[in-house]
Every structure is written in structure tokens, then in C-alpha cells.
Design a binder for this molecule. Structure first.
Ligand SMILES: Cc1cc2nc3c(=O)[nH]c(=O)nc-3n(C[C@H](O)[C@H](O)[C@H](O)COP(=O)(O)OP(=O)(O)OC[C@H]3O[C@@H](n4cnc5c(N)ncnc54)[C@H](O)[C@@H]3O)c2cc1C
Length: 289
């Protein structure tokens, strides 16, 4: 029991989690490019088309098939972790977990909604990344359950790129991406590849849209050789309740002379390292420590 995620992923198996209502949308086109290109390269491609599946977005008691631990004081996190252990999760969650277990790579394809993923995809994270399966106190960040897998966000925006620059009206895209890339993907251990951002496809000319899809196809050819994004290693933190899981004082001191913080989130009061959530560190550098 409780070891489904320690199974080695099937080599060249990719899961695309897709959230768009329309098969003629730009998001669908980006998904189709990925399916076609990866299949051409010999990948086994599985698509979870969330709207087509009518995937349930709400985390409720119905997600547990067996007897509840405490029906009077229902606590979703406790109950869902126990259900994972007991193999009594609802069939739709178990099926998504099976797909994740097999996948070496997961691509999330979606339109940006309110600086985040659409609710149906957030519900997928809420329900499928259960305690025990996706994380535990011992298994998080670079010790996370999915440390042998890669994941990436591929998304469209309504806004143009300049609006998401550090001086743009929407603020820095690196900040927008931190909760998704650090708080969900890296938290669960994934090696996070740089996001693929299709800026404002609805407001640009057709040739620009075509070029964006061609660039995506080109990128997919070398995707698995890319260096993942940089996050602060767990080794830099005092991983105890007493230490509050904070950066060790010697690490903070060592950083005093550095021009930038460690990452977008771990900025330790310094200027953010530029494009930490958009680009991998330059070749030959290890990143954080
Ligand atoms: C609830 C909500 C919240 C939102 N929040 C945000 C936000 O916080 N920030 C933000 O920036 N935006 C936001 N948006 C806007 C949203 O992100 C964009 O509408 C979305 O990203 C556009 O992607 P699409 O796939 O729906 O585009 P579509 O409208 O489907 O496509 C754009 C264009 O591409 C064309 N196209 C389709 N296929 C192809 C192809 N193969 N080749 C060439 N062209 C093609 C289409 O015909 C269309 O002309 C929000 C929207 C909603 C509804």
C-alpha cells in the first residue's frame, strides 16, 4: 500500500492535462501540436481533456468510496490521504493518479484565468495530488514524490507580454507563476521546465499565431534535454519545526554580498533574480547553492 508513486515512470510517456472548452481554440491547437510532435518522436501520449471528461473540480466527500475516518468533522486533507492509502479513492481520481504514475513528463495546457489556471484544472490539482501520493512532510520540494518526473506549464494569455513585465500593468509574470510552479509543481518534487507562453493569441495577426505554434513544435524536439528552472534546495533550510523551515542563518549571511535573492519567492529582501520563473539558469551553472 501507499507506494504507487515510487513505481518508475514509463520511459517516453507523457500526460497532457488540457483545459479548454473548444476544440478549435488556440489552446487546442497548441495541444494538438504537442500530441503530433511527441508521437512522432515515439512518445506514448495520454491526454486528460478536462472539460470533455466533465472533470469534477470540487474537493468533496464523494471523492472517497470507503468509510470515512470522521464523518462528523469531515477534514478533506486527512480523509483523502487515508483513502489513498486504503485505495478507496473515487475512480476518476485513481485513474488520473495512474496516468501520473506512468508519465515521465506532464504538460499542463490552459488559458490563463485570473493569473492562474482555470478552476477545472485547479480542481484537478486539489483532488488528484492527494497527500501520500503527491507529497508528505518527508516528501516535498527536491525530495518530493515526483522528483524523477518533469512538468511544465504551457498557456495562453489575453494580455500582451509587455503587460506582464516588472513595470507592466499586470506586474511581473515571474511573480504570477511562483504559486503554480513552486507551490504546486516543485512542492510535489517535479523538475519544472520553463513555461511555454503564447502571448495574446486572440489579439495578434494570423502569421504570428502560426509562428508561435511552429516555435512550440521546434521546442518540443529538445524539451527533455532542457535544464529545469532553478529553485532553492531544501538543504539551504533548517527543516525542523523548531527552525520554522526557514533558510539557515549561514545561508542568509552568505547571500548578503550577492546582488539578488535566491529565487522569485526566496528573495530575502533583495532584488529578484531576473526571470527566475521564466528561464532555466545558464548552461554550466547549478542554480541555487
Ligand atoms: C475567466 C477568465 C479569466 C481570464 N483571466 C486572464 C488573466 O488573468 N490574464 C490574462 O492575460 N488573460 C486572462 N483571460 C484571457 C484568456 O487567457 C484568453 O482569452 C485565452 O488565453 C486565449 O486563449 P484561447 O485558446 O481561448 O484563444 P482563442 O480565442 O481560441 O484563439 C485565439 C485566436 O487563435 C486562432 N487559432 C485557433 N487555432 C489556430 C491555429 N491552429 N493556428 C492559428 N491560429 C489559430 C483562433 O481562431 C483565434 O482567432 C481570462 C479569460 C477568462 C474567460
Amino acid at each position: 500500500m501507499g507506494c504507487i508513486n515510487s513505481v518508475k515512470p514509463v520511459a517516453k510517456s507523457v500526460l497532457i492535462v488540457f483545459a479548454h472548452q473548444s476544440s478549435n481554440s488556440f489552446n487546442a491547437a497548441a495541444k494538438d501540436v504537442a500530441v503530433k510532435e511527441l508521437e512522432k518522436q515515439g512518445w506514448t501520449v495520454t491526454v486528460s481533456d478536462l472539460y470533455a471528461m466533465e472533470f469534477k473540480a470540487t474537493a468533496t466527500q464523494q471523492d472517497i468510496k470507503g468509510k470515512l475516518k470522521n464523518a462528523e468533522q469531515f477534514r478533506y486533507g486527512d480523509e483523502i490521504a487515508a483513502a489513498w492509502e486504503a485505495k478507496t479513492l473515487s475512480d476518476d481520481i485513481a485513474e488520473e493518479q495512474r496516468k501520473i504514475t506512468e508519465a515521465e513528463l506532464i504538460i499542463f495546457q490552459f488559458p490563463l484565468y485570473w493569473f492562474s489556471v482555470p478552476a477545472i484544472m485547479k480542481g484537478w490539482f486539489d483532488r488528484v495530488f492527494t497527500g501520500g501520493f503527491a507529497f508528505s512532510l518527508q516528501k516535498m520540494y527536491d525530495n518530493g514524490s515526483f522528483k524523477h518526473k518533469k512538468a511544465m506549464l504551457s498557456f495562453t494569455t489575453g494580455a500582451m507580454e509587455s503587460m506582464f513585465l516588472p513595470d507592466g500593468i499586470n506586474g511581473d509574470m515571474n511573480v504570477t507563476l511562483w504559486p503554480l510552479q513552486n507551490g504546486i509543481l516543485h512542492f510535489c518534487g517535479f523538475q519544472v521546465l520553463a513555461p511555454q507562453i503564447f502571448w495574446s493569441p486572440a489579439h495578434c495577426p494570423e502569421p504570428v499565431r502560426v509562428a508561435m505554434l511552429q516555435n512550440w513544435e521546434q521546442r518540443l524536439k529538445g524539451l527533455m534535454t532542457e535544464t529545469p528552472l532553478k529553485f532553492a534546495s531544501s538543504e539551504l533550510f533548517d527543516m525542523s519545526f523548531q527552525g520554522g523551515f526557514r533558510l539557515r542563518p549561514d545561508v542568509v549571511m552568505e547571500r548578503e554580498t550577492q546582488p539578488h535573492g535566491i529565487t522569485t519567492g526566496h528573495h530575502i529582501g533583495k532584488p529578484l533574480p531576473p526571470n527566475n520563473q521564466l528561464k532555466a539558469p545558464p548552461e554550466g551553472t547549478t542554480g541555487t547553492n
